[in-house]
Structures are given as C-alpha cells and as structure tokens.
Design a protein around this ligand. Structure first.
Ligand code: ZN
Length: 408
C-alpha cells in the first residue's frame, strides 16, 4: 500500500522565517518549508509561468491548434481554465485572449459530444466561453455561448454524478451565475434538475440505511468524481427544501459512521474491505472538501471535526506518487487550503504549502526518474502537470484558492 504514496516525513508544522533571517541549513525541501512567504511565492510564480508556457506549447501550439480532446479533465479546456486562473491572479491580458481562442477550438471540437457537464462535457466549454467573453467585453461571443448553454438538454437516462451526470451540469450553472449574475441560469430550471436527483437518490436508497444513494455503471460510488461526496457537495450549493437538506445531512452522517477505522472513506458501497485510495476522486480528500462545505452550510461541529479527521488521513497518506488534481498531490493540497479558509488555522496553510513545496522541489525530478506518475495525459489539468501549475498559481493567493471545477 505504501508504494501508492511517499511516506510523509515533513514536520507537522514549521514556522516561516522572516525576510533577512539567517539561511536555514538542510536539504532544499527543508529550506523551502522555512522560506519567508514572499520569497516562496516568487519561486512559485516563476515555476507556474514556466509550466504554463510548456503546457500551452505542448497542448496547443505543437498540435497545430487542433483539438482532439476538448474536455477540462484531460483536454484543451483544462489548458484554457489554467490560463483563466492565471489571468485572474496575474492579470496578463494575453492569457485571457489565448484562453478565449482555445475555448473556440474546444467549442468546434465538442459539437458532436453528448456529454453535458463542466468537467467532461459541453457545459464547461459554453460556461467558460461565456465568462471569458464577458471579461473581454465581447457581447457577441457572450450571447453565442449563453445560447449554446441554454440549448443543452439533459437526457432522462443521465447519471447523477459529477463527471458525466446531473450535478456536473448544475456545477456549470453555478459557475455562470457566480461570474455573470445570479439569474443567468434561473433557479427554476436548476430546481427541475434537483428534483430529478433527489427522486433518484431516494429511490435507490429505499432499502438501505443512507437516505440517498446513487449509481454509476452499476456501482454505488462514494467519492467526489462519481459518487456521493461529489453529489452532496453540489447539492449543498443549491437552495434545498428542509427535507432535502435533512437527507443530505443524513447521507453525510451515514458515510462518517461507515468510514474505515483509519479515517479514510471507501471508494464505493461494496468496497468496504479496501482501504487503499486517498484521492479526490475516491477517498478522504474529496470527502474532506464536502465536509468542510457541510460544516459551513449546516453550522455543524460534527462535520467540521470529520473534515479535520479526513484531512489528517490526507496528510499521512496523501503525498501520492502522482502529480495531478484528480488523484495526485496537487489535488490533495486543496484539502488543506479549504480547511485553512474555513478555520483560519496556520497549520492548514502550512500543510498546503508543504505539499506544494514537495512538488516544487521534487516534482520534475521524480517524474523524470519514473518514481512519480506524470499522468496518462501528462499536460492535462486533472491528470498531469497543468494541475501542479494551477496549484502554484492558487498558492499565490491561498485565501482565494478553489479546487478547480469543484469549489466555487
Ligand atoms: Zn482520480
């Protein structure tokens, strides 16, 4: 099991040195951990800019600006999303223009796709396209993307999960409303989708102990990508009726009560014997983000405590031998950022910084030596080094960091 992750030998907390303090002795990772924040962020910015350039070159320029995979998960929309985030933080208008060009390419490539979500479908292309067009004050493109978005129809046999299902579509609606105003996608049209999700969840849960349960390809997943953690996370962003909110709380309590002794969470309902995965997609990291949200929405101490316990699992076993957002160190670092924002505790900011410094110091070398998997799509946002670049950019303003395409 230990071969899935690097043993975390970093101290649980070290204070930053002030600027001008004597230099810390020790190996480069130790030095990075003690480094004054201002110096560290200069290094992160340089690394992020280099990575961004390499990612644009590999995914866009060298392919002749042709889009084979348009998705945010492994394709060009991930590059565009990274450019948009870089623009938000560093304000280089070239990033925004390039982002808009890439989204156009994604739009063209996605016409025949039947997928309707933000992360793996057309809703992501249209939603990001609309938001970027507004930023560029391009009213014609803004209208085009919004019209395309409004023409999306959800089929009755759609799953409910995040990557391909209903909550993945709802997340795109939330993203639009956040950036373009509350009524861009009216609550009434999201309500129809919520009704469908609640109906499905209650119907499958009927004989079980959880108030809600869902299936994806016959498997009752618990994780953020395909299962309960992701569905509950998006539902908590919605205006829920009191009985719906109770069912969401009850489902989270069911998961907490039935987690592994280690504090980790099973990947699926039938997977209770395999305490292996500590990923955003399956396991404690995705659940920690959901529980942090639950503590905020329901004002509940028990959810805050469970979130802290899930984060402890991520600290011990989350230094994965993978780089990306979905099942890698980059994604796992967001658990600490989210808890830092929720609690204000310096311990969590330090832990996010520790995972980030590990990548900054050792990422390239470990990937080159084959000791860390660089992703099947090595320049992608969710599997590859674009995830690391996204984290580095977010670490420049940790209080505004959001797990990409998951936290709003
Ligand atoms: Zn994954």
């Amino acid at each position: 099991m230990a071969d899935r992750f690097f043993p975390n030998v970093m101290p649980d907390f070290v204070p930053e040195k002030a600027m001008g303090d004597d230099e810390v002795v020790g190996e480069s990772l130790t030095k990075a951990l003690f480094m004054p924040y201002q110096l560290l962020s200069e290094q992160l910015k340089c690394a992020a800019l280099d990575l961004k350039e390499a990612i644009v070159m590999e995914t866009w320029e060298l392919t002749g600006q042709r889009v084979n995979d348009f998705t945010l998960y492994t394709g060009l929309l991930g590059t565009a999303f990274l450019l948009f985030r870089a623009y938000q933080i560093m304000k280089n208008p070239k990033d925004l223009t390039l982002c808009s060009q890439i989204v156009k390419g994604c739009d063209f490539a996605s016409h025949n796709s039947r997928n309707v979500t933000f992360i793996c479908g057309k809703a992501g292309v249209y939603a990001l396209g609309a938001v970027v067009s507004k930023e560029l004050a391009d009213a014609e493109s803004l209208n085009y993307y919004l019209n395309q978005f409004r023409m999306i129809r959800l089929s009755s046999n759609l799953p409910d999960e995040l990557l391909y299902g209903r909550v993945g579509y709802l997340w795109a609606c939330l993203f639009l409303n956040k950036h373009l105003g509350d009524d861009t996608i009216p609550a009434s049209s999201m309500r129809e989708v919520i009704n469908e999700i609640m109906k499905n969840g209650r119907s499958l849960a009927r004989r079980g102990r959880s108030p809600l349960m869902f299936e994806w390809y016959g498997e009752k997943y618990w994780g953020a990508a395909h299962g309960l953690a992701g569905i509950m996370r998006v539902l908590m962003e919605m205006e829920l009726k009191p009985d719906e909110a109770e069912d969401v709380k009850g489902t989270l309590r069911y998961m907490i009560e039935n987690r592994f002794h280690s504090g980790n969470y099973p990947a699926a309902e039938e997977d209770r014997g395999r305490d292996i995965l500590v990923h955003w997609c399956h396991g404690a990291p995705g659940m920690a983000l959901t529980l942090t949200k639950a503590a905020k929405v329901f004002g509940n101490e028990e959810f805050q405590q469970a979130a802290a316990e899930a984060a402890e699992v991520v600290w011990k076993r989350g230094l994965l031998r993978r780089v990306g957002i979905c099942h890698g160190i980059s994604g796992n670092a967001y658990v600490f950022l989210s808890l830092y924002q929720a609690t204000g505790k310096a311990e969590y900011l330090y832990k996010a910084k520790a995972f980030t410094c590990f990548l900054l110091d050792k990422g390239h070398e470990l990937i080159a030596k084959g000791e860390m998997h660089g992703g099947d799509c090595p320049y992608s946002l969710f599997e590859g080094i674009a995830g690391m670049a996204y984290l580095f950019v977010d670490m420049l303003e940790p209080s505004g960091a959001r797990f990409p395409a998951y936290e709003l």
